[in-house]
Design a protein around this ligand. Structure first.
Ligand SMILES: Nc1nc2c(c(=O)[nH]1)N[C@H]1C(S)=C(S)[C@@H](COP(=O)(O)O)O[C@H]1N2
Ligand SMILES: [Mo]
Length: 199
């Protein structure tokens, strides 16, 4: 006769269904930046989407703040193996911005102040999957975490969530961004452990 203990056994590592394979839970919020934190003045901040015709769709800080905002509760997963569950953000959905953009290109290169880039299929930015986030946990996003505004793309590893985001350039091909050129996976699905290479 088997006696099943529900105590420690049910809490064993890996038993949390919200935790992707190979990840561990953290309650703090690590800072991971490949370079220095840029200083960005909201008065000069601009977000630009450039399509294949060269047309620039531009939003100033005030224009962005005038758009409908959404509250987002989501888990985030860094490729260095920490995950943070139930984080709270506020931002503008990319759906709202792309409503103005007509493009036949399928790929987006995200650009940040400071030069960071990351590539993502356009489809992953739409349908309530991505936001320009400017609040975390009810407070304005601090510079270390990408303030005044960062991309929030929580269904992919967090390197795709570009801090200090400044715009998107549409591409015909899935050209690699900064980390993708340096060995990270082109797509980065945490549930498939798409960390490095393209296997
Ligand atoms: N502009 C920019 N965005 C970036 C990075 C960066 O170095 N520069 N690092 C990425 C990586 S690898 C991760 S895990 C997350 C870390 O976000 P955090 O510092 O807010 O935890 O930001 C991502 N966005
Ligand atoms: Mo990361």
């Amino acid at each position: 006769m088997a006696v099943i203990s529900r105590g420690f056994g049910s809490r064993r590592r890996g038993s949390n269904p919200d935790l992707p394979p190979g990840q561990y839970l953290t309650t703090d919020f690590p800072v991971l930046s490949a370079g220095p934190t840029p200083e960005i003045d909201r008065a000069e901040w601009q977000f630009v989407i450039r399509d294949e015709t060269g047309t620039r769709h531009e939003w100033s800080w005030d224009a962005m703040m005038a758009l409908p905002v959404e509250d987002v509760h989501t888990d985030i997963h860094c490729v260095t193996r920490w995950s943070k569950l139930g984080t709270t953000w506020r931002g503008v959905a990319l759906d709202t911005l792309f409503a103005e953009v007509e493009t036949s290109y399928d790929y987006a290169m995200i650009h940040s102040y400071g030069g960071y880039t990351t590539n993502v299929p356009l489809a992953d930015l739409l349908d309530g999957q991505a936001w320009i986030a400017f609040e975390f946990d009810g407070e304005p996003l601090v510079p270390e975490h990408g303030g005044p505004a960062r991309l929030l793309l929580p269904h992919l590893y967090f390197w795709k969530s570009a801090k200090w985001v400044r715009g998107i350039v549409m591409h015909s091909d899935d050209d690699p961004g900064f980390w993708e050129q340096n060995g990270y996976h082109t797509y980065g699905d945490p549930w498939k452990e798409q960390r490095y290479g393209d296997s």
